[in-house]
Ligand binder design. Structure first.
Ligand SMILES: Nc1ncnc2c1ncn2[C@@H]1O[C@H](COP(=O)(O)OP(=O)(O)OP(=O)(O)O)[C@@H](O)[C@H]1O
Ligand SMILES: [Mg+2]
Length: 590
């Protein structure tokens, strides 16, 4: 653009100088010619008056006279008669000159008017001006006087003039180059600045401004662009702030949120929704929902809502690395007029845990009822038998009463276990628990003596190995003892006659855990098949239900153990081999 402006200015200026030069040369030339013509005409008139009348009759004396005039006028003088024959000529031998009646100036003069003509002389190689006047005697044209002059002066004058015009053009060109450069710069510099800044603004640098001050149209343009950029900056900043706030709110919401338009394209999705729906793609906005989540239940759900314009909630299952149950709540995104539905906002709640807990509770109730029913049925049965005559046989009666007592014991234990489980579960939610120092060695010895009866019944060798200087731990001693009793009780129960059960306790220094103690309960009993180990600590879980029942197990012992270990912030591990034995290992922080 700068080149264009520059070239235009140069062309206009040079053309202007050139045209004005040529025009003034033309004016000068014509005015010069005019004055020469006037002079010649006047002189010719003078000569006519002086010599005209005598001319034709006495040409020889005229000759001398005319030559004298020639010296003062400095013009060639020619006199012709009415037929055009030359009578006198100051510069040539007139007798040798041809008839002049065909010369334009002579022709006009012989008609009675002043004539003028300019002709090029081949011999002198120059333009001549010829001016002729008629010679009149008694109102009759008797001849003509002609004056001529070479146009040397005009030629040299014009040459000088053209020279000056050339110089003027050169100066003009030089000035116009400089001026054009300056003017074009003054126009293009702000334009360049405007273009540059506008492109920066378009790229998002809204704080850019054009640093140019001007009062012309470009100045006004710059002011408006700057004002526009400020406005844009304000608007974008406030939009960005709003967006950031909204994003902060959306990402701190615990539920997943997805917004879709009426064509099921994603308008918005928060990180929770991405996680719940296992979406790894980061660029989901603008894509069709099915492209993002390949789940037909969600698609069908949304299609039904769009079709019936009725918003309802639904539950869907997502199968991935782990199965999830999600509850979807749909709400309309309404058009400004409040009627048309432009899209849907879906709130997603993960209810997997809730459903699982519900399942566990139902199962628990069923299990408890079943476990309670079994001994009650047995008690009721034997009581009826006693009533309907069984009491008469004393030996039978005692046997039946023993069974009733055993079943009642079992009921009592069962209810006790359920109570301690629910107590432990409540404790878990309470932050405050009783804290006392537990002497582990003493506790182990007490347990061994409590279980002496059971041990002796099966002739089991029950031993313990406690490291000297074993750390004390803090917590509820009763719970600690209950935990150990349950483990040792199991070890004795699930170990055949004459087996061995051993308790080990030692300190453990660990980088990750810090100071802790380890308690192992090892037996050489029947062992646990590996597939049962993950479920061992569930309530009412028994490896072999029939067998457990014969030894009086309800499957709550290990569930209680697990809860107590958690209460002590500890860990529990199981190692077992079928037919060889089992090892339970508890790590408790000091
Ligand atoms: N030391 C062990 N050796 C082999 N199997 C074991 C051992 N300890 C536990 N089990 C298995 O784990 C199951 C769950 O044990 P848990 O102590 O919870 O229940 P239980 O002993 O059957 O009944 P409860 O302890 O409530 O009287 C047992 O039924 C048994 O099959
Ligand atoms: Mg048990």
């Amino acid at each position: 653009m700068q080149r264009k402006i520059f070239l235009n200015i140069v062309i206009v200026l040079v053309l202007g100088v050139l045209i004005s030069g040529v025009l003034s040369a033309r004016i000068v030339k014509s005015s010069l010619m005019d004055s020469i013509e006037k002079n010649l005409t006047a002189e010719a008139g003078l000569i006519r008056e002086l010599v005209g009348e005598n001319l034709i009759s006495n040409s020889s004396s005229i000759d001398v006279y005319i030559n004298k005039i020639r010296q003062t006028t400095n013009s060639r003088i020619t006199i012709v008669d009415v037929l055009g024959s030359v009578i006198v000529d100051t510069d040539k031998e007139y007798s040798k000159m041809d008839n002049h009646s065909n010369r334009p100036e002579i022709m006009s003069a012989l008609k009675g008017e002043a004539g003028m003509s300019i002709r090029y002389s081949n011999t002198l190689r120059i333009d001549f001006m010829y001016v002729a006047q008629p010679i009149i005697k008694n109102d009759i044209i008797i001849g003509a006087v002609r004056l001529s002059k070479p146009l040397y002066e005009i030629e040299t004058l014009l040459k000088g003039l053209y020279m000056n015009v050339l110089i003027a053009v050169l100066i003009g060109a030089a000035v116009s180059v400089l001026l054009g450069y300056k003017v074009s710069l003054s126009i293009t510099n702000p334009v360049k600045e405007i273009t540059y800044t506008a492109s920066r603004i378009a790229k998002g640098q809204f704080d850019r401004r054009i640093n140019f001050i001007g009062k012309d149209e470009i100045g006004v343009l710059i002011d408006s662009i700057n004002a526009m950029a400020s406005k844009l900056n304000d608007t974008i900043t406030s939009l960005r702030d709003k967006n950031t706030n909204l994003e902060a709110v959306m990402s701190s919401v615990v539920n997943g949120i997805i917004a879709i338009d009426s064509a099921e394209r994603v308008l918005f999705i928060n990180p929770v929704a991405q996680k719940l729906l296992n979406i790894s793609d980061t660029e989901v906005v603008g894509k069709h929902l099915l492209q993002v989540i390949r789940n037909n239940s969600i698609d069908n759900y949304l299609k039904t809502i769009f079709k019936n314009k009725e918003f309802f909630n639904t539950e869907i299952a997502i199968y991935g690395s782990e199965e999830k149950i999600l509850k979807l709540y749909a709400n309309p995104i309404k058009h400004a007029d409040g009627k048309d539905i432009e899209g849907i906002i879906i709130t997603i709640q993960d209810i997997t845990e809730l459903r699982k807990l519900e399942g566990v509770r139902t199962e628990f109730v069923a299990n408890v009822s079943h476990e309670l029913k079994t001994p009650l049925t047995s008690i009721k049965g034997f009581a009826e038998t006693l009533k309907s005559g069984g009491i008469d046989d004393k030996q039978d009666a005692v046997r039946f009463l023993d069974i009733i007592e055993a079943e009642a014991d079992r009921l009592y234990r069962l209810i006790n276990d359920i109570l301690s489980l629910s107590e432990l579960e409540q404790k878990k939610t309470k932050t405050k628990t009783v804290k006392e120092s537990i002497k582990v060695e003493k506790a182990i010895k007490e347990i061994v003596s409590i279980l002496e009866g059971q041990r002796d019944k099966k002739n089991i060798e029950l031993s313990f190995d406690i490291q000297e200087g074993l750390h004390n731990i803090t917590g509820e001693a009763d719970k600690f003892k209950q935990m150990l009793i349950n483990l040792v009780d199991n070890a004795i129960k699930y170990t055949p006659q004459d087996g061995k059960v051993r308790i080990e306790a030692f300190n453990l220094e660990d980088d990750t855990r810090g100071e802790s103690i380890v308690i192992k309960v090892i037996d050489n009993g029947i062992g646990i098949p590996i597939q049962h180990i993950p479920r061992l600590f569930e309530r009412f879980y028994r490896v072999d239900k029939a067998r457990s029942r014969t030894v009086g197990g309800t499957g709550l012992g290990l569930a209680i153990v697990k809860h107590i270990v958690i209460l002590f912030n500890g860990e529990i591990e199981v190692k077992s081999e079928v037919g060889k034995g089992t090892e339970f290992r508890i790590i408790l922080p000091v």
